[in-house]
Design a protein around this ligand. Sequence first.
Ligand code: NAD
Length: 233
Amino acid sequence: MREIRNIVILTGAGISAESGIDTFRSAGGLWEQHRVEDVATPEGFARDPDLVLRFYDMRRAAIQTKAPNAAHLALAELDANWPGELLIVTQNVDDLHERGGARRVLHMHGEHLNAWCTCCDARHRWTGPLIDRPPCPKCEARALRPDVVWFGEMPYHMDRIYRALRGADLFVSIGTSGAVYPAAGLVQNARELGAQTLELNLEPSQGSRLFHESRLGPASAVVPQWVAEVLAG
Ligand code: NAD
């Protein structure tokens, strides 16, 4: 097995579950009683923008009351102390990695705490509501939407993610069901590029057999344990 210098970590909703943020699957495929087609697609937004803006206003307010858990803190510790390349690619739209102290983080599905102006393309840090159609601070158009990647839209940062995978010796997937592509395909890409692959999850994901190793348990237990091992060499 080759020496581990460069690590790519993919996180999903499961890493934030113990912070009190529902995973998608635990909600039975419904978000706060709404169908994904209604609140997480461009078509749903075009059909009923008020419903979608209210839905995200509620979630944006809710995540600000949550705190990072031991898994976020452990990854931040790894980020601070790992001498090689490291990239945390998160599918999560919460900011718990950053509030836990991690710096090398990419949000491939956008961020709840960002608003995107569909008129001038600017992105702004946004903690308040959007339902009243506040003007864009840059161009003043009333065209702000949540900066969250909806189904059918292109995830962010894919070039940087594939570049990191090309140099990765180890790919670790944490708390993701492996149901949403292209994130779910990253383990296959990592394997083809020669990386070792490790899954940390509460239960085996859909792509579990693609990992060289799987460790099952709550993220707050298995992630700190794995980080301690890696840092110990
Ligand atoms: P998912 O809901 O499809 O899967 C969650 C996974 O987490 C499952 O495999 C489950 O076994 C695992 N899990 C649950 N509790 C866990 C725990 N305590 N410790 C470890 N693992 C645990 O989520 P997904 O794969 O991330 O894909 C759904 C999409 O919805 C993604 O885009 C995701 O980012 C988004 N989403 C984000 C958030 C958030 O930002 N926190 C919350 C819900 C959904």
